[in-house]
Ligand binder design. Sequence first.
Ligand code: 4NP
Length: 166
Amino acid sequence: MLSQKRSNLAVLFVCLGNICRSPMAEGAFRSAAAQADLDCEIDSAGTASYHLGEAPDPRAIATAKANAVDIREAKGRQLESEDFERFSHIFALDTANLAGIRARQPKGARAKVALLLDAVPGRVGEPVADPYYGGEDDFDAVWQDVALAAQHLAERLKEDGVSAQF
Ligand code: 4NP
């Protein structure tokens, strides 16, 4: 039986562990989407299974909180094949995860897959650096990157909807 194609706007952010960068990107984008009055399903996942069911890293929670965003409710989960139909857009936080996502993408699935910073003019092809073994400055740098990308994404998706290409 043919499955029904979905047409809603839905955005998934994917990093390695789903406890640092992607929940921060999810939180920043929830905030930007609300500001832009954008109707969009939003979630995050990891390519790895190290932190299933866990809350975000306390450093990620603190950095988001310092920027007036609450990400405490996020729960680590792994990217699954249904995500490629459920989401219109999947954004990888770095190139290794982009490759991991592409390797799992079922043929003909609806999701458009791109690197998150491809949404930012002048930053195409750049990764959001993994802060896990870093310090507070590294988490601040992640926030700067994901908040900037979230603004650009919200604008582009508001204009072009599900057909937006990055
Ligand atoms: P994330 O960071 O991919 O931004 O969530 C990491 C989280 C956990 C690990 C590596 C990176 N880890 O090795 O457990």
